[in-house]
Ligand binder design. Structure first.
Ligand code: SF4
Length: 693
């Protein structure tokens, strides 16, 4: 029995875990959270929550949280606790010294999709205006950067097209590369409700996910081999075009007709037939036909996708192929349809919106555009560099080559999250100053020279933007235990570097964002407090926001069909590495577990396991619960085996929540051709019995 006291007051805020963005009432006694209660007026969750959000306050008071700044000259030295002033001056001196020695471009930073819009905006401002270069990237690089590329190319906007309410009008739900039952549970409940009401479900996934196994839901499951998304989507397009299922009126009115004709001729080629595709992908040709017909003719068709789409060498191509399908069938621009990326972290959408990419200022405007850059220069009172900066993998390569020596990482454990851990270690070890700004001494901090304690979502004001572009308030419920909210630390670091930024409250940062970002001109804290939330674009044309985009016309004008040639990944199986590893999540844990493992959620998850088909297990003498050695061309780790036919023969699957597993020791350097998003979802591996770690 857990004894809980009576709350004295409550504060409405937003969950800091996944991209659903559930609103909660934090019920408080003084500065102590008594419980988190899902808020009935939350427009993303309508009074519901999952097991992660309910216990989300636990890590704020966890004993392992670091509350004092620390510095050290070399990573071999012990950490030394110092004052904030001393730590910030030490960091600034190091970064200034690096720039004097190696040049202006030798430092950069990484923004966090866990932090608020305002904090992310300030980090990119510090880098562009304070460091004087555009070496800013975001942890979205490793998850949804292909979404930004693919949707802006085809529709003109780097965001999902619908609100969550739209699912109420959906007749066919097509889920590809996502498992919302585990990763976006509150939205999954709404999906399941609609499916129980009769909507049809198509799931394209190598694994039989919880969505496929949901009771009372009959799913058409297309279990493809990892890495073959583009081939399967092109086969669906082939069937739609060759069977005359295209919505020609929509395409003629809304899209570039000549580009459509080129695309239709491409997909109609017999090499994309269901039979030819089955050989490449392992998907039954009749299942492909049924899926294409149901999606094209079943009424309102909505596509939802996740990292199983983006984290591939053809991640951007896959997003484009999805957009092509939606346009060809007229499934865009009204409630119930659309293309909907399910964002992993709470503020992936926001961190991308706020100019965290090295080539884009806030609002996705290219840094080389003179008029836009001049607007920022006038507001920030600096001259900005017009050359795109380095992406995260380029920063690592440049560090190993000796030209990138200083990195500021806010709210992201890059050592645990980025692929090919050995390469990341080599890069971090080569740098002269790594500043980690986080809650806990994470794996990256092992290679850091400065540790700046971070604040949790309960200790700050700000906003998060969820997967449906909904901007919601984050409200401070307690004084930061470390002394400063993250936005204040960035201002102090900028000052120590010689670049002054003056804000008394995050609402003033949002006011500046609204002036500089056309999709945010109508956003203010006053409006958010009045309406509860708004979905961008929120401006003169849409003062209360935009739930569904591309109604009556695409943001880019005509919708653009782009040919998507399937190119198999270079990550191949062979006699030495005969199985393909793919990865996912479980319900009770969030990402690398840094937060959820420090809450009550820990009781639901002790370790990551390797799912292996009975046939593959028997061939290798592996029994359920045995330790196995999992090795790839990049590295190896040890896990317990779980024998299950949820995965097909030839495919193995694990989660990545526990640092002991080190799943990214295994993953390779291959990445998306357009955005460098790592190919986490396909790794050739071998498995052998082991005695344990
Ligand atoms: Fe909602 Fe996601 Fe938080 Fe769960 S983790 S409560 S679904 S925002």
């Amino acid at each position: 029995v857990i004894e809980i006291g009576q709350p004295e007051h409550s504060v409405v805020t937003t969950c800091a875990y996944c991209g659903v963005g559930c609103a909660f009432k934090a019920e408080m006694r003084g500065e102590e959270v008594v419980r988190m209660v899902p808020w009935k007026d939350g427009k993303a969750n309508r009074g519901h929550s999952c097991v992660k959000g309910r216990f989300a306050w636990g890590y704020t008071t966890h004993k392992e949280r670091i509350l004092k700044p620390m510095i050290r000259e070399r990573i071999e030295d012990p950490w030394q606790e110092v004052s904030w002033d001393e730590a910030l001056n030490f960091a600034a001196a190091k970064f200034k010294g690096i720039q004097q020695k190696y040049g202006r471009d030798a430092v950069g930073g990484i923004t966090s999709s866990r932090c608020t819009n305002e904090e992310t905006y300030l980090v990119q401002k510090l880098i562009r205006a304070g460091f004087g270069n555009n070496n800013v990237d975001t942890c979205a690089r490793v998850c949804h950067s292909p979404t930004g590329y693919g949707l802006s190319q085809t529709f003109g906007t780097s965001a999902g097209t619908q609100d969550f309410d739209s699912v109420e009008d959906t007749d066919v739900v097509l889920i590809i590369g996502a498992n919302p039952a585990s990763a976006h549970p509150v939205f999954a409940s709404r999906l399941k409700k609609r499916l129980r009401q009769g909507a049809k479900l198509i799931v394209i996934d190598p694994r039989r996910t919880e969505m496929v196994e949901s009771p009372h839901v009959k799913a058409l499951h297309l279990p493809l081999m990892p890495g073959t998304n583009v081939a399967v989507l092109t086969a669906l397009a082939h069937i739609i075009v060759t069977e005359g299922l295209v919505d020609e009126a929509f395409v003629r009115e809304r899209c570039d007709w000549s580009e459509f004709q080129d695309w239709a001729a491409f997909v109609a080629d017999p090499k994309h037939s269901p039979e030819a595709t089955a050989i490449m992908t392992g998907v039954n040709p009749n299942a492909l036909r049924e899926a294409a017909r149901v999606y094209a003719t079943g009424g309102n068709g909505a596509i939802y996708y996740g990292l199983g789409v983006t984290e591939h060498s053809q991640g951007s191509t896959t997003v484009i192929a999805i957009a092509n399908l939606a346009m060809a069938t007229g499934n865009i621009g009204r409630p119930g349809v659309g293309v909907n990326p399910l964002r992993g972290q709470n503020n992936v959408q926001g961190s991308c919106d706020m100019g965290s990419f090295p080539h884009e200022l806030p609002g996705y405007r290219h840094i080389s555009g003179d008029a836009v850059r001049e607007q920022f220069e006038a507001m920030w009172n600096v001259k900005l560099n017009n050359e795109p900066g380095l992406r995260i993998p380029n920063m690592f390569d440049a560090a190993i080559e000796g030209s990138f020596m200083g990195l500021y990482v806010q709210g992201e454990d890059i050592l645990q999250s980025d692929p090919n851990t050995k390469h990341v270690v080599a890069a971090l070890s080569a740098m002269e100053c790594v500043i980690v700004h986080d809650l806990f001494l994470n794996e990256t901090a092992n290679y850091a020279h400065v540790f700046l304690p971070g604040s949790t979502f309960l200790e700050k004001d700000g906003t998060f933007t969820n997967a449906e572009r909904r901007i919601q308030r984050v409200r401070k419920v307690m004084t930061p235990r470390n002394g400063y909210a993250d936005w204040e630390v960035t201002i102090l670091l900028a000052k120590a570097m010689g670049f002054e930024m003056h804000y008394n409250h995050p609402s003033e940062i949002m006011d500046e964002i609204a002036v500089l970002t056309p999709t945010f001109t109508g956003v203010s804290y006053a409006k958010l407090d009045e309406l509860g939330s708004v979905q961008w674009p929120c401006n003169e044309k849409a003062p209360e926001g935009t739930p569904v985009m591309h109604i009556g016309g695409f943001v880019r004008g005509k919708g653009k069909f782009i040919i998507t040639e399937y190119i198999a990944t270079d990550e191949r199986t062979g006699p030495r590495y005969p199985l393909l590893l793919t990865t996912g999540r479980i319900l009770s844990q969030y990402n690398v577990g840094a937060q959820t493992r420090r809450t009550e959620n820990v009781v639901w998850h002790a370790e990551d396991r390797l799912e292996i088909h009975p046939h593959d297990a028997e061939q290798r003498g592996v029994r359920d619960g045995d330790w196995v050695r999992l090795a790839s061309r990049a590295g190896e780790t040890t896990l317990r085996a779980e024998i299950t036919d949820r995965v097909a023969p030839g495919v193995v699957y694990t989660t990545f929540h526990h640092p002991d597993t080190q799943a990214n020791v295994i993953t390779t350097d291959f990445s998306d051709w357009a955005t460098n998003c790592p190919e986490y979802k396909v790794t050739a591996v071998q498995i052998s019995p082991s005695n344990g770690p």
